[in-house]
Ligand binder design. Structure first.
Ligand code: 5GP
Ligand code: ZN
Length: 137
């Protein structure tokens, strides 16, 4: 428990949340901002700054819960699709520094979630170098 962490406070029951799933290690609750209806956060109960601080095993268990909760949110809200996003660090839009995965039902391209992937012309030599570098880690 990190005393100034809002999500640790939700885990501890010190501040309320609209919970949709809970087990020994994980919790899911509605995001207060409801970017789209049913916008849900899945978090580990154990504090970690973000996914990059968690082990692959912990992240795997978290995503098992994300998978189930996403299906439950979808069954309840019947969207046309969904985005699952985890922001890591401020540059990527992280504002609460306790790992969380956003589940965002999508009903319309004109809704309030804006994600813009600007494509670039491929440089195949650069792709090969980068792939080699990543694979070598
Ligand atoms: P981030 O920007 O870090 O990826 O997402 C943090 C999310 O936490 C935001 O979407 C924000 O609306 C949500 N949030 C912040 N404070 C609270 C809170 O007290 N309760 C709930 N349910 N959500 C919160
Ligand atoms: Zn925390």
């Amino acid at each position: 428990m990190v005393s100034d962490c809002i999500f640790c406070k939700i885990v501890a029951g010190d501040i309320p949340a609209s919970k949709v799933y809970e087990d020994e290690h994980f919790l899911a609750f509605l995001d207060i901002s409801q970017v789209t209806a049913g916008h849900t956060l899945v978090i580990p109960k154990k504090h970690a700054r973000n996914l990059l601080e968690m082990t692959p095993n912990e992240t795997g268990e978290l995503f098992e819960v994300v998978s189930q909760v996403a299906k439950n949110v979808g069954n309840a809200t019947q969207p046309k699709g969904m985005n699952v996003i985890s922001n890591m660090e401020e540059i990527a839009g992280q504002s609460v520094f306790h790992t969380h995965v956003h589940i965002l039902p999508r009903y319309s391209q004109e809704d309030d979630l804006k994600i813009d992937f600007t494509a670039h012309e491929p440089d195949f030599d650069q792709l090969a170098r980068l792939a080699e570098l990543i694979a070598a880690q």
